[in-house]
Design a protein around this ligand. Structure first.
Ligand code: 5AD
Ligand code: SF4
Length: 449
Protein backbone atom coordinates (compact mmCIF):
# COMPACT_ATOMS: atom_id res chain seq x y z
CA UNK A 1 0.00 0.00 0.00
CA UNK A 2 1.22 3.46 -0.91
CA UNK A 3 1.31 5.68 2.19
CA UNK A 4 0.05 9.23 1.68
CA UNK A 5 3.05 11.56 1.34
CA UNK A 6 1.73 13.91 4.02
CA UNK A 7 1.63 11.13 6.63
CA UNK A 8 4.90 9.36 5.80
CA UNK A 9 6.47 10.62 9.05
CA UNK A 10 3.31 10.42 11.12
CA UNK A 11 3.28 6.61 11.36
CA UNK A 12 7.01 6.27 12.13
CA UNK A 13 7.59 4.69 15.55
CA UNK A 14 3.85 4.51 16.27
CA UNK A 15 2.43 1.45 18.03
CA UNK A 16 -0.90 -0.35 17.91
CA UNK A 17 -2.80 -2.71 20.18
CA UNK A 18 -5.86 -4.82 19.36
CA UNK A 19 -8.27 -6.50 21.78
CA UNK A 20 -10.38 -9.15 20.07
CA UNK A 21 -13.67 -10.49 21.41
CA UNK A 22 -15.64 -13.42 20.03
CA UNK A 23 -15.05 -16.17 17.53
CA UNK A 24 -12.27 -17.27 15.17
CA UNK A 25 -13.86 -15.21 12.42
CA UNK A 26 -13.22 -12.13 14.53
CA UNK A 27 -9.68 -13.29 15.38
CA UNK A 28 -9.06 -13.54 11.67
CA UNK A 29 -10.50 -10.09 11.02
CA UNK A 30 -8.02 -8.79 13.61
CA UNK A 31 -5.22 -10.48 11.65
CA UNK A 32 -6.36 -8.57 8.58
CA UNK A 33 -6.54 -5.29 10.50
CA UNK A 34 -3.07 -5.88 11.92
CA UNK A 35 -1.72 -6.37 8.38
CA UNK A 36 -3.11 -2.97 7.32
CA UNK A 37 -1.77 -1.18 10.41
CA UNK A 38 1.71 -2.65 9.95
CA UNK A 39 1.62 -1.74 6.29
CA UNK A 40 1.08 1.87 7.36
CA UNK A 41 4.10 1.66 9.69
CA UNK A 42 2.62 0.81 13.09
CA UNK A 43 4.31 -1.87 15.20
CA UNK A 44 2.49 -4.08 17.69
CA UNK A 45 2.59 -3.60 21.45
CA UNK A 46 1.03 -5.86 24.06
CA UNK A 47 0.57 -2.91 26.38
CA UNK A 48 -2.68 -1.18 25.52
CA UNK A 49 -1.89 2.09 27.33
CA UNK A 50 1.37 2.44 25.44
CA UNK A 51 -0.26 2.16 21.99
CA UNK A 52 -0.96 5.13 19.69
CA UNK A 53 -3.76 3.23 17.95
CA UNK A 54 -5.99 1.24 20.30
CA UNK A 55 -8.62 -1.01 18.75
CA UNK A 56 -11.43 -3.14 20.17
CA UNK A 57 -12.76 -5.70 17.70
CA UNK A 58 -16.14 -6.57 19.17
CA UNK A 59 -18.63 -9.44 19.42
CA UNK A 60 -22.31 -9.30 20.32
CA UNK A 61 -23.35 -12.92 20.27
CA UNK A 62 -24.10 -12.78 24.02
CA UNK A 63 -24.78 -9.81 26.23
CA UNK A 64 -21.76 -10.29 28.49
CA UNK A 65 -19.32 -9.77 25.58
CA UNK A 66 -21.14 -6.53 24.88
CA UNK A 67 -21.05 -5.29 28.49
CA UNK A 68 -17.37 -6.15 28.82
CA UNK A 69 -16.62 -4.00 25.79
CA UNK A 70 -18.37 -0.93 27.21
CA UNK A 71 -16.38 -1.37 30.42
CA UNK A 72 -13.04 -1.62 28.66
CA UNK A 73 -13.71 1.36 26.41
CA UNK A 74 -14.80 3.48 29.39
CA UNK A 75 -11.58 2.65 31.21
CA UNK A 76 -9.69 4.58 28.50
CA UNK A 77 -11.49 7.89 29.11
CA UNK A 78 -8.68 9.22 31.32
CA UNK A 79 -5.95 8.05 28.95
CA UNK A 80 -7.61 9.78 26.00
CA UNK A 81 -7.95 12.99 28.00
CA UNK A 82 -4.26 12.96 28.91
CA UNK A 83 -3.20 11.92 25.38
CA UNK A 84 -5.72 13.29 22.89
CA UNK A 85 -3.34 12.35 20.06
CA UNK A 86 -3.96 8.65 20.65
CA UNK A 87 -6.54 7.10 18.33
CA UNK A 88 -9.18 4.84 19.88
CA UNK A 89 -11.18 2.68 17.46
CA UNK A 90 -14.02 0.17 17.78
CA UNK A 91 -14.85 -2.34 15.04
CA UNK A 92 -16.52 -5.70 14.54
CA UNK A 93 -19.93 -7.26 14.91
CA UNK A 94 -21.28 -4.89 17.56
CA UNK A 95 -20.69 -1.95 15.24
CA UNK A 96 -22.80 -3.68 12.58
CA UNK A 97 -25.94 -3.18 14.66
CA UNK A 98 -27.42 0.25 15.12
CA UNK A 99 -28.26 -0.20 18.82
CA UNK A 100 -24.73 -1.03 19.99
CA UNK A 101 -23.18 1.47 17.59
CA UNK A 102 -25.46 4.18 18.98
CA UNK A 103 -24.23 3.47 22.53
CA UNK A 104 -20.63 3.95 21.43
CA UNK A 105 -21.43 7.07 19.41
CA UNK A 106 -23.56 8.76 22.06
CA UNK A 107 -21.89 7.69 25.30
CA UNK A 108 -18.24 7.20 24.41
CA UNK A 109 -16.70 10.47 23.26
CA UNK A 110 -13.27 8.89 23.72
CA UNK A 111 -13.80 6.75 20.62
CA UNK A 112 -12.41 8.32 17.41
CA UNK A 113 -13.05 5.74 14.70
CA UNK A 114 -15.91 3.26 14.32
CA UNK A 115 -15.93 0.73 11.50
CA UNK A 116 -17.62 -2.59 10.73
CA UNK A 117 -16.91 -6.09 9.47
CA UNK A 118 -17.40 -5.18 5.82
CA UNK A 119 -15.07 -2.21 5.42
CA UNK A 120 -11.86 -3.51 6.98
CA UNK A 121 -10.04 -2.93 3.68
CA UNK A 122 -10.81 0.78 3.95
CA UNK A 123 -9.20 1.19 7.37
CA UNK A 124 -6.25 3.22 6.09
CA UNK A 125 -8.64 5.71 4.47
CA UNK A 126 -10.68 5.97 7.66
CA UNK A 127 -7.51 6.78 9.61
CA UNK A 128 -6.55 9.44 7.02
CA UNK A 129 -10.04 10.90 7.24
CA UNK A 130 -9.71 11.18 11.00
CA UNK A 131 -6.26 12.73 10.78
CA UNK A 132 -7.37 15.23 8.11
CA UNK A 133 -10.46 16.46 9.93
CA UNK A 134 -9.80 15.69 13.60
CA UNK A 135 -13.49 14.73 13.63
CA UNK A 136 -14.74 11.36 14.74
CA UNK A 137 -15.27 8.92 11.85
CA UNK A 138 -18.21 6.49 11.93
CA UNK A 139 -18.36 4.32 8.83
CA UNK A 140 -19.80 0.82 8.54
CA UNK A 141 -20.41 0.83 4.81
CA UNK A 142 -19.45 -2.05 2.55
CA UNK A 143 -16.07 -1.77 0.80
CA UNK A 144 -15.92 -1.26 -2.93
CA UNK A 145 -12.74 -3.29 -2.86
CA UNK A 146 -13.47 -6.96 -3.44
CA UNK A 147 -11.08 -8.63 -1.07
CA UNK A 148 -10.87 -11.93 -2.85
CA UNK A 149 -7.18 -12.29 -2.15
CA UNK A 150 -7.06 -11.52 1.54
CA UNK A 151 -3.94 -10.23 3.22
CA UNK A 152 -3.30 -10.74 6.91
CA UNK A 153 -0.69 -11.26 9.61
CA UNK A 154 -1.06 -14.73 11.02
CA UNK A 155 -0.47 -15.16 14.75
CA UNK A 156 2.39 -17.51 13.91
CA UNK A 157 4.02 -18.89 10.75
CA UNK A 158 2.56 -22.39 10.85
CA UNK A 159 -1.21 -22.02 11.42
CA UNK A 160 -3.52 -20.07 9.13
CA UNK A 161 -7.21 -19.21 9.15
CA UNK A 162 -8.74 -18.94 5.70
CA UNK A 163 -12.15 -17.34 5.13
CA UNK A 164 -14.29 -19.31 2.73
CA UNK A 165 -17.54 -17.44 3.23
CA UNK A 166 -19.13 -14.68 5.22
CA UNK A 167 -22.55 -13.99 6.67
CA UNK A 168 -25.29 -16.44 7.57
CA UNK A 169 -28.75 -17.26 6.20
CA UNK A 170 -29.95 -19.63 8.89
CA UNK A 171 -31.83 -17.36 11.29
CA UNK A 172 -31.64 -19.48 14.41
CA UNK A 173 -34.17 -17.67 16.56
CA UNK A 174 -31.68 -16.73 19.32
CA UNK A 175 -28.87 -15.55 17.06
CA UNK A 176 -27.91 -12.03 16.12
CA UNK A 177 -25.23 -13.03 13.57
CA UNK A 178 -27.46 -12.87 10.46
CA UNK A 179 -28.27 -9.31 11.53
CA UNK A 180 -24.65 -8.33 12.21
CA UNK A 181 -22.75 -10.17 9.48
CA UNK A 182 -25.47 -10.09 6.84
CA UNK A 183 -26.43 -12.55 4.14
CA UNK A 184 -24.34 -15.57 3.29
CA UNK A 185 -21.78 -15.11 0.55
CA UNK A 186 -19.21 -17.71 -0.56
CA UNK A 187 -15.75 -16.81 -1.71
CA UNK A 188 -14.65 -18.09 -5.12
CA UNK A 189 -13.08 -21.58 -4.82
CA UNK A 190 -10.01 -20.83 -6.91
CA UNK A 191 -9.16 -17.81 -4.82
CA UNK A 192 -9.31 -19.97 -1.66
CA UNK A 193 -7.17 -22.66 -3.28
CA UNK A 194 -4.64 -20.08 -4.45
CA UNK A 195 -4.42 -18.61 -0.97
CA UNK A 196 -3.80 -22.01 0.67
CA UNK A 197 -1.24 -22.93 -2.01
CA UNK A 198 0.61 -19.70 -1.35
CA UNK A 199 0.56 -20.12 2.44
CA UNK A 200 1.62 -23.77 2.21
CA UNK A 201 4.56 -22.75 0.01
CA UNK A 202 5.52 -20.30 2.79
CA UNK A 203 5.70 -23.18 5.28
CA UNK A 204 2.27 -23.01 6.91
CA UNK A 205 1.22 -26.50 8.09
CA UNK A 206 -2.24 -26.23 9.60
CA UNK A 207 -5.21 -24.58 7.89
CA UNK A 208 -8.63 -23.80 9.31
CA UNK A 209 -11.36 -22.96 6.80
CA UNK A 210 -13.77 -20.46 8.31
CA UNK A 211 -17.44 -19.75 7.78
CA UNK A 212 -20.59 -19.38 9.91
CA UNK A 213 -21.94 -22.54 8.28
CA UNK A 214 -19.32 -24.11 6.04
CA UNK A 215 -21.71 -26.91 5.04
CA UNK A 216 -23.70 -24.53 2.91
CA UNK A 217 -20.59 -23.28 1.08
CA UNK A 218 -21.31 -22.65 -2.59
CA UNK A 219 -25.06 -23.22 -2.27
CA UNK A 220 -25.81 -19.81 -3.74
CA UNK A 221 -23.02 -19.54 -6.31
CA UNK A 222 -22.53 -21.36 -9.58
CA UNK A 223 -18.82 -22.04 -9.27
CA UNK A 224 -19.58 -25.73 -8.97
CA UNK A 225 -17.84 -26.52 -5.69
CA UNK A 226 -19.75 -27.88 -2.70
CA UNK A 227 -18.04 -27.80 0.70
CA UNK A 228 -16.94 -31.47 0.57
CA UNK A 229 -15.49 -30.86 -2.89
CA UNK A 230 -13.64 -27.77 -1.74
CA UNK A 231 -12.32 -29.58 1.32
CA UNK A 232 -11.19 -32.53 -0.78
CA UNK A 233 -9.41 -30.18 -3.19
CA UNK A 234 -7.67 -28.18 -0.43
CA UNK A 235 -6.59 -31.42 1.31
CA UNK A 236 -4.65 -32.36 -1.84
CA UNK A 237 -2.50 -29.21 -1.79
CA UNK A 238 1.14 -30.17 -1.08
CA UNK A 239 2.25 -28.96 2.35
CA UNK A 240 -1.21 -29.03 3.93
CA UNK A 241 -0.37 -31.26 6.88
CA UNK A 242 -3.50 -30.56 8.89
CA UNK A 243 -6.84 -29.29 7.68
CA UNK A 244 -9.65 -28.10 9.96
CA UNK A 245 -12.90 -26.21 9.44
CA UNK A 246 -15.52 -24.46 11.52
CA UNK A 247 -18.50 -24.12 11.98
CA UNK A 248 -20.92 -26.74 10.73
CA UNK A 249 -24.69 -26.80 10.97
CA UNK A 250 -26.01 -30.33 11.69
CA UNK A 251 -28.91 -29.91 9.27
CA UNK A 252 -26.57 -29.88 6.26
CA UNK A 253 -23.92 -32.36 7.39
CA UNK A 254 -23.78 -34.70 4.40
CA UNK A 255 -22.43 -38.24 4.06
CA UNK A 256 -20.21 -36.89 1.33
CA UNK A 257 -18.44 -34.62 3.83
CA UNK A 258 -17.96 -37.53 6.23
CA UNK A 259 -16.44 -39.65 3.43
CA UNK A 260 -14.07 -36.84 2.37
CA UNK A 261 -12.88 -36.59 5.98
CA UNK A 262 -12.47 -40.34 6.24
CA UNK A 263 -10.54 -40.59 2.97
CA UNK A 264 -8.04 -37.77 3.54
CA UNK A 265 -5.53 -38.43 6.33
CA UNK A 266 -4.65 -34.77 6.71
CA UNK A 267 -8.23 -33.70 7.50
CA UNK A 268 -8.27 -33.68 11.29
CA UNK A 269 -10.33 -36.24 13.19
CA UNK A 270 -12.28 -33.58 14.98
CA UNK A 271 -15.77 -32.24 14.43
CA UNK A 272 -17.41 -29.26 16.10
CA UNK A 273 -21.14 -29.79 15.67
CA UNK A 274 -23.31 -27.34 17.62
CA UNK A 275 -26.24 -29.25 19.14
CA UNK A 276 -27.72 -26.33 21.15
CA UNK A 277 -30.38 -28.50 22.84
CA UNK A 278 -31.45 -32.13 23.17
CA UNK A 279 -35.16 -31.32 23.16
CA UNK A 280 -37.09 -31.42 19.90
CA UNK A 281 -39.54 -28.83 21.23
CA UNK A 282 -36.69 -26.42 21.95
CA UNK A 283 -34.85 -27.19 18.70
CA UNK A 284 -38.03 -26.31 16.86
CA UNK A 285 -38.38 -23.00 18.68
CA UNK A 286 -34.71 -22.34 17.96
CA UNK A 287 -35.47 -22.83 14.24
CA UNK A 288 -32.65 -25.35 13.92
CA UNK A 289 -34.28 -27.63 11.30
CA UNK A 290 -33.20 -30.97 12.79
CA UNK A 291 -34.44 -33.32 15.48
CA UNK A 292 -32.26 -34.70 18.23
CA UNK A 293 -32.66 -38.16 16.65
CA UNK A 294 -31.19 -36.82 13.40
CA UNK A 295 -28.37 -35.12 15.32
CA UNK A 296 -27.49 -38.35 17.13
CA UNK A 297 -27.63 -40.26 13.85
CA UNK A 298 -25.10 -37.80 12.30
CA UNK A 299 -22.83 -38.03 15.35
CA UNK A 300 -22.93 -41.84 15.21
CA UNK A 301 -22.19 -41.84 11.50
CA UNK A 302 -19.11 -39.65 12.13
CA UNK A 303 -17.96 -42.01 14.88
CA UNK A 304 -18.45 -45.17 12.84
CA UNK A 305 -16.83 -43.88 9.65
CA UNK A 306 -13.95 -42.10 11.40
CA UNK A 307 -12.91 -44.18 14.40
CA UNK A 308 -11.35 -42.10 17.17
CA UNK A 309 -12.94 -38.86 15.96
CA UNK A 310 -13.43 -36.26 18.70
CA UNK A 311 -16.74 -34.41 18.84
CA UNK A 312 -17.37 -31.05 20.40
CA UNK A 313 -20.50 -28.98 20.58
CA UNK A 314 -22.25 -25.78 21.67
CA UNK A 315 -25.14 -25.98 24.14
CA UNK A 316 -27.50 -23.23 25.22
CA UNK A 317 -29.18 -23.63 28.61
CA UNK A 318 -32.33 -21.75 29.58
CA UNK A 319 -33.74 -20.99 26.14
CA UNK A 320 -37.20 -19.34 26.56
CA UNK A 321 -39.85 -21.87 27.68
CA UNK A 322 -37.26 -24.63 28.32
CA UNK A 323 -38.83 -27.03 30.85
CA UNK A 324 -37.07 -29.42 33.22
CA UNK A 325 -38.06 -32.19 30.83
CA UNK A 326 -36.46 -30.33 27.89
CA UNK A 327 -33.34 -29.87 29.97
CA UNK A 328 -33.27 -33.58 30.85
CA UNK A 329 -33.40 -34.34 27.13
CA UNK A 330 -30.22 -32.26 26.71
CA UNK A 331 -28.54 -34.17 29.55
CA UNK A 332 -29.59 -37.49 28.01
CA UNK A 333 -28.25 -36.53 24.59
CA UNK A 334 -24.91 -35.54 26.17
CA UNK A 335 -24.71 -38.88 27.98
CA UNK A 336 -25.46 -40.76 24.80
CA UNK A 337 -23.09 -38.87 22.49
CA UNK A 338 -20.20 -38.47 24.96
CA UNK A 339 -18.73 -35.23 23.66
CA UNK A 340 -14.99 -34.67 24.01
CA UNK A 341 -15.63 -31.04 24.84
CA UNK A 342 -18.42 -28.48 24.78
CA UNK A 343 -18.98 -24.76 24.91
CA UNK A 344 -21.90 -24.13 27.21
CA UNK A 345 -23.86 -20.90 27.35
CA UNK A 346 -26.70 -19.45 29.34
CA UNK A 347 -29.30 -18.08 26.95
CA UNK A 348 -28.90 -14.36 26.42
CA UNK A 349 -31.71 -12.43 24.70
CA UNK A 350 -30.39 -10.46 21.71
CA UNK A 351 -32.14 -7.41 20.28
CA UNK A 352 -34.33 -7.93 17.20
CA UNK A 353 -34.12 -11.74 17.31
CA UNK A 354 -37.29 -13.85 17.26
CA UNK A 355 -36.44 -15.49 20.61
CA UNK A 356 -36.09 -12.11 22.30
CA UNK A 357 -39.88 -11.79 22.14
CA UNK A 358 -40.44 -15.13 23.90
CA UNK A 359 -40.98 -15.33 27.69
CA UNK A 360 -37.69 -15.91 29.54
CA UNK A 361 -37.21 -18.23 32.48
CA UNK A 362 -36.03 -17.51 35.97
CA UNK A 363 -32.30 -16.76 36.27
CA UNK A 364 -31.91 -19.02 39.32
CA UNK A 365 -33.36 -21.95 37.38
CA UNK A 366 -31.03 -21.26 34.45
CA UNK A 367 -28.01 -21.07 36.78
CA UNK A 368 -28.99 -24.34 38.45
CA UNK A 369 -29.40 -26.14 35.09
CA UNK A 370 -26.17 -24.68 33.80
CA UNK A 371 -24.28 -26.09 36.80
CA UNK A 372 -25.98 -29.47 36.52
CA UNK A 373 -25.03 -29.63 32.84
CA UNK A 374 -21.37 -28.97 33.66
CA UNK A 375 -21.53 -31.62 36.42
CA UNK A 376 -22.65 -34.11 33.76
CA UNK A 377 -20.21 -33.02 31.08
CA UNK A 378 -16.90 -32.74 32.98
CA UNK A 379 -16.66 -36.41 34.01
CA UNK A 380 -17.36 -37.39 30.38
CA UNK A 381 -14.57 -35.06 29.14
CA UNK A 382 -12.29 -36.53 31.78
CA UNK A 383 -13.08 -40.11 30.76
CA UNK A 384 -12.53 -39.27 27.07
CA UNK A 385 -9.13 -37.75 27.87
CA UNK A 386 -8.19 -40.66 30.14
CA UNK A 387 -8.51 -42.96 27.12
CA UNK A 388 -5.38 -41.25 25.71
CA UNK A 389 -3.15 -42.40 28.58
CA UNK A 390 -0.51 -44.81 27.30
CA UNK A 391 -0.99 -43.73 23.69
CA UNK A 392 1.60 -41.91 21.59
CA UNK A 393 0.01 -39.04 19.66
CA UNK A 394 1.18 -36.46 17.14
CA UNK A 395 1.07 -32.92 18.49
CA UNK A 396 1.53 -29.63 16.68
CA UNK A 397 3.42 -27.56 19.23
CA UNK A 398 1.89 -24.07 19.36
CA UNK A 399 3.77 -22.23 22.10
CA UNK A 400 4.63 -21.87 25.76
CA UNK A 401 2.12 -22.66 28.46
CA UNK A 402 0.72 -19.49 30.05
CA UNK A 403 1.43 -20.62 33.61
CA UNK A 404 4.79 -22.32 33.13
CA UNK A 405 7.15 -21.31 30.34
CA UNK A 406 9.11 -24.59 30.68
CA UNK A 407 6.05 -26.41 29.41
CA UNK A 408 4.91 -26.21 25.80
CA UNK A 409 1.33 -26.61 24.62
CA UNK A 410 -0.03 -27.99 21.39
CA UNK A 411 -2.95 -29.87 19.89
CA UNK A 412 -3.54 -33.39 18.64
CA UNK A 413 -5.41 -33.73 15.37
CA UNK A 414 -8.44 -34.46 17.59
CA UNK A 415 -7.94 -30.95 19.04
CA UNK A 416 -6.91 -32.20 22.50
CA UNK A 417 -4.87 -29.58 24.32
CA UNK A 418 -1.53 -31.19 25.21
CA UNK A 419 1.08 -30.09 27.78
CA UNK A 420 4.61 -31.38 27.28
CA UNK A 421 8.08 -30.46 28.49
CA UNK A 422 10.09 -29.80 25.33
CA UNK A 423 12.67 -27.39 23.90
CA UNK A 424 11.24 -24.18 22.48
CA UNK A 425 12.68 -24.73 19.03
CA UNK A 426 9.98 -27.37 18.55
CA UNK A 427 7.30 -24.65 18.40
CA UNK A 428 5.67 -25.01 14.99
CA UNK A 429 6.72 -28.67 14.63
CA UNK A 430 4.59 -31.80 14.77
CA UNK A 431 6.13 -34.08 17.43
CA UNK A 432 5.25 -37.38 19.07
CA UNK A 433 4.11 -37.31 22.68
CA UNK A 434 3.43 -40.29 24.94
CA UNK A 435 0.43 -39.40 27.09
CA UNK A 436 0.80 -40.09 30.82
CA UNK A 437 -1.78 -37.86 32.49
CA UNK A 438 -5.04 -36.00 31.98
CA UNK A 439 -7.59 -33.58 33.37
CA UNK A 440 -11.07 -32.85 32.01
CA UNK A 441 -9.57 -30.23 29.69
CA UNK A 442 -6.00 -31.29 28.91
CA UNK A 443 -3.77 -34.29 28.37
CA UNK A 444 -0.05 -34.30 29.10
CA UNK A 445 2.96 -36.51 28.58
CA UNK A 446 6.54 -36.93 27.48
CA UNK A 447 8.28 -36.17 24.24
CA UNK A 448 9.14 -39.29 22.22
CA UNK A 449 12.26 -39.05 20.06
N1 5AD B 1 -27.51 -16.78 23.85
C1 5AD B 1 -26.66 -17.75 24.26
N2 5AD B 1 -25.82 -18.39 23.44
C2 5AD B 1 -25.83 -18.04 22.14
N3 5AD B 1 -25.11 -18.49 21.09
C3 5AD B 1 -25.48 -17.79 20.00
N4 5AD B 1 -26.43 -16.89 20.31
C4 5AD B 1 -26.67 -17.02 21.64
C5 5AD B 1 -27.55 -16.39 22.56
N5 5AD B 1 -28.39 -15.43 22.16
C6 5AD B 1 -24.15 -19.58 21.18
C7 5AD B 1 -24.57 -20.75 20.32
C8 5AD B 1 -23.61 -20.68 19.17
C9 5AD B 1 -22.39 -20.11 19.82
C10 5AD B 1 -21.39 -19.50 18.90
O1 5AD B 1 -22.90 -19.14 20.69
O2 5AD B 1 -24.40 -21.94 21.05
O3 5AD B 1 -23.38 -21.93 18.57
FE1 SF4 C 1 -18.17 -14.11 15.84
FE2 SF4 C 1 -20.81 -13.97 15.96
FE3 SF4 C 1 -19.37 -12.85 17.85
FE4 SF4 C 1 -19.43 -11.83 15.38
S1 SF4 C 1 -21.17 -11.99 16.80
S2 SF4 C 1 -17.62 -12.15 16.67
S3 SF4 C 1 -19.56 -13.67 14.12
S4 SF4 C 1 -19.48 -15.03 17.46
Amino acid sequence: MEIKEKYKDYFKGKKYNITTFGCQMNEHDSERISYILEDLGYTYTEIREEADFILFNTCLVRENAELKLYGQVSSLKKLKKAHPEKIIAVSGCMMQTSTAREVIVSKHREVDIVFGTKNINSLADLIYRYLETGERVVDVSTDDVKDDFEKYNSTNNFQAYVNIMRGCDNFCSYCIVPESRGREESRRPYSIIEEVEYLASQGFKEFTLLGQNVNSYGNKSNDGFTFPELLNRVAKIPGVERLRFTSSHPKDLSDELIYVMRDNDNICNYFHLPMQSGSNEVLKKMNRHYTIEKYIERANKLKSEIPGIALSTDIIVGFPTETEEDFQATINACKEIEFDSAFTFKYSPRPKTVAAKMPTIDEAIVQDRFQRLLDELYPIFNQKNKEYIGRTVEVLIEGESKNNTDILTGRTDTFKLVHVKAPKDLIGQIVKVKITDNTSFTISGELVN
